[in-house]
Unconditional design. Structure first.
Length: 202
């Protein structure tokens, strides 16, 4: 398992983080041997490989946190993990953050889609009102037992008719998050880590 706070120190140093997607111990062990600073547990990958389901909100918190715990325990790179929408309301978000943190996850990604959610690479995604997402992220930040645990706020507003992505990302920045993931673009919201917006591969 990675040393606690390893990912936060990398970001504070202003280093670019490219994290390969992993979804089971086979993929995680391979990626862990390569020259990456972190690993990323992909929700689509877990849903497809673990349950054989599409990424449509069918897989549960239990499925995800079990997989995250196995990957974190069996690798030495810090783990970033997809937590979908937090698996429910605000109480669920709090429970999710505590569970992922206990499992060894160093950065927890929570998105703003309506339930049932869709894969981030499909069309027709709809997002919750911005005030609801801001509250969700505030609860996630408060739920952390350690400041070393990072919260990543993901917005799918880029492909939603509800609201331009820039409006939502700017509203999320004061919520004390470390990163904002705008669909396929990443922008750092932490003063320590600066700003970057690389596109992820399709």
């Amino acid at each position: 398992m990675a040393e606690r706070g390893a990912l936060k120190r990398v970001l504070e140093a202003g280093q670019f983080v490219a994290a390969p997607g992993v979804y089971d111990m086979f993929s995680a062990r391979i990626a862990d041997r390569l020259d990456f600073k972190a690993l990323y547990m992909t929700g689509y990958g877990v849903s497809a490989s673990y349950n054989g389901y599409p990424d449509a909100g069918v897989s549960t918190y239990t499925d995800f946190v079990r997989c995250a715990g196995q990957i974190a325990a069996g690798t030495v790179k810090p783990l970033i993990a997809d937590a979908d929408t937090g698996f429910g309301g605000l109480i669920n978000v709090r429970y999710t953050v505590r569970g992922y943190e206990a499992a060894g996850v160093q950065a927890i990604q929570i998105e703003d889609q309506e339930m049932p959610k869709k894969c981030g690479h499909t069309k027709g995604r709809r997002v919750v009102p911005v005030d609801d997402m801001v509250k969700k992220i505030e609860v996630a930040v408060e739920a952390r037992r350690s400041d070393d645990t990072l919260i990543i706020a993901r917005t799918d507003a880029r492909t939603s008719p509800v609201r331009p992505r820039s409006a939502k990302s700017k509203r999320l920045e004061p919520a004390d998050i470390e990163e904002t993931l705008i669909d396929e673009e990443i922008s750092a919201a932490s003063a320590a880590s600066g700003e970057a917006s690389p596109r992820t591969p399709p």
